[in-house]
Design a protein around this ligand. Structure first.
Ligand code: HEC
Ligand code: HEC
Length: 364
């Protein structure tokens, strides 16, 4: 058993205890309005220049091997920040997992459905090299490509305080840091539920209030608590990089396993090869959940109603009636925050070429 795993269990128990002991008055971070700002890691302070550069990189298709896919293709910030096409795809290769939302992603302590990346920086590096995602192959290939673009040489030098004439500023760690700095700005504050938690009792409907009570009474909250309803956010209760995992399906063998193929991907086991991690998954956040269908790691469940029915049965062995489903869904919809408007960045030109890498007809 790894230390992280042991620690997670004890954190789960602490949270569970504080919940049961406190009844409806919630202890520490079991229920929290979304803070205006996430924690910033000491080795990657956020600056305006770095965030702006990260935004350019996020929208730039030249970060993928064939120049066709920007990050935004699978994490559409004009929508839920996720991929509505069930599973992401690049270079004709379908991915086996759904692309999660990037809204409020900075409040997670690990990344991916199976929590295999320990920070946003590590996650971005992994994606850029992953042959199924950006497929850049090697860090050198990407660094070389960006170094050909004068606008990026300047922007990296500015963001990382390097000498403009030197090429040192463009490096894989700095590319990842800039992208992560931009991702940390993707927050959706002031949801109806946040206003409710801060004392505006009329901010959510009676149905949503019943739904929240049911969410607590039946035990959803024992896994989905905290800032993102994904367990503890990085901070005193959980270090960045340590995950909060749970079994899914918690009760194997329900009618949903086969219907939605819930049991063929065994989750975190594939990362750790630890028998106890079979069917372990990171508890996902629930903010903006109404915007991020289809649901679950395989993106096979189209409606939020059905996702709630499945969770009740697979996790808690409970059958919700239609009224209960409606109430819980009404509550979940109060978790939709204010999506900030994002202006598209100007992308620096590749001299003499269109943005499309490898498009011969573009070189004129
Ligand atoms: C081809 C589609 C695709 C593209 C392009 C893509 N992603 Fe992803 N992204 C995914 C998928 C699928 C996952 C989930 C994979 C998993 O959990 O195994 C994911 C996961 C993530 C996560 C983890 C979110 C979480 O809550 O755990 C982050 C952060 C992320 N991507 C950022 C980016 C960035 C930054 C880029 C551009 C460099 C990018 N993505 C490009 C498909 C894509
Ligand atoms: C034992 C822990 C646990 C309990 C209890 C639990 N969940 Fe979950 N929930 C999870 C995990 C783990 C996942 C991710 C499953 C996967 O891998 O797709 C999840 C996924 C979800 C999703 C889909 C998220 C997405 O982005 O696709 C929703 C919605 C959800 N839960 C709502 C609920 C509701 C409502 C309840 C109570 C009826 C509940 N959960 C109870 C652990 C739990």
């Amino acid at each position: 058993m790894t230390n992280a795993y042991r620690q997670n269990i004890s954190i789960f128990l602490t949270a569970w205890l504080s919940l049961t002991l406190c009844g409806t008055t919630f202890a520490f971070d079991v229920i929290q309005a979304l803070p205006a700002q996430p924690l910033f890691p000491g080795d990657n302070p956020s600056t305006a220049a770095k965030i702006e550069l990260g935004k350019q990189l996020f929208f730039d298709p030249r970060l993928s091997i064939d120049g066709r896919f920007s990050c935004n293709v699978c994490h559409n910030l004009a929508a839920g920040g996720d991929d509505d096409g069930a599973v992401g795809r690049i270079s004709q290769q379908r991915l086996n997992r759904s692309a999660p939302t990037l809204w409020n992603v900075s409040h997670m302590s690990t990344y991916y459905w199976d929590a295999r990346a320990r920070s946003l920086e590590e996650q971005a590096t992994d994606h850029l090299l992953d042959p199924r995602v950006m497929a850049m192959g090697t860090a050198d290939a990407l660094v070389q490509r960006l170094n050909q673009i004068a606008g990026y040489r300047q922007a990296f030098a500015g963001a990382f305080n390097e000498n403009v004439s030197g090429k040192g500023a463009i490096s894989m760690p700095n590319i990842a840091k800039a992208i992560a700095a931009f991702e940390r700005t993707l927050v959706t504050p002031n949801s109806a539920f946040d206003r409710y938690v801060k004392g505006d009792k009329k901010a959510i409907s009676e149905s949503a209030q019943r739904g929240f009570k049911l969410f607590d009474d039946t035990g959803c909250l024992s896994c989905h608590f905290g800032v993102n309803f994904a367990g503890p956010a990085p901070g005193p209760a959980l270090n960045m990089g340590d995950g909060f995992y749970e079994l899914f399906p918690n009760h194997l063998g329900s009618r949903y396993d086969e219907k939605y193929d819930l049991a063929s991907d065994i989750g975190r086991y594939q990362v750790t090869l630890d028998e106890r991690h079979k069917y372990m998954w990171r508890v996902p956040g629930l903010r903006n959940i109404e915007l991020t269908a289809p649901y679950f790691h395989n993106g096979k469940v189209a409606s939020l109603d059905e996702a709630v029915r499945i969770m009740a049965l697979t996790q808690l062995k409970t059958e919700f009636n239609q009224q209960q489903v409606n109430d819980v869904v009404a509550f979940l919809k109060t978790l939709t925050g204010e999506i900030p408007s994002i202006t598209l960045p100007r992308l620096p030109e590749t001299e003499g070429l269109s943005l499309m890498v490898g498009n011969d007809s573009a070189a004129k």
